[in-house]
Write a protein of this length. Structure first.
Length: 118
């Protein structure tokens, strides 16, 4: 679903048009640019709702926002990479998957032992 600014503000009741434009100017939301203005999709809408939560519910300052958004973006990127890795593993023969899982468990056990020693 594609939405213009006014539709986004109507959809997200905690949001003002001024805030939305500021967040776009800050780069916290990156809608597609069209001749008649920005166009927002479902991912933009989810991010706007997250921004409302961070700003209005949690009181996060504007100075801290880029750091928090950067961490969230990195976490989401890592999750995407893990999904791709899982898909690649699923495509392997059963014996390869079993060897990989055994190695993973071994490394996880070693890591846990090292953490206990600290």
């Amino acid at each position: 679903m594609r939405m213009d600014e006014r539709r986004v503000v109507a959809e997200v009741h905690r949001l003002t048009l001024r805030e939305l434009r500021l967040w776009v100017d800050e780069g916290w939301v990156r809608p597609a640019k069209k001749a008649d203005g920005p166009v927002f999709d479902e991912i933009d809408l989810a991010r706007i709702r997250l921004l409302c939560d961070l700003k209005k519910e949690m009181g996060l300052s504007s100075d801290a926002m880029p750091v928090v958004l950067g961490l969230i973006d990195r976490l989401n990127e890592t999750r995407r990479h893990l999904r791709h890795l899982m898909n690649a593993l699923e495509a392997q023969p059963a014996e390869v998957r079993q060897d990989i899982m055994a190695t993973f468990r071994s490394l996880k056990h070693i890591e846990g032992t090292l953490e206990d020693d600290q």
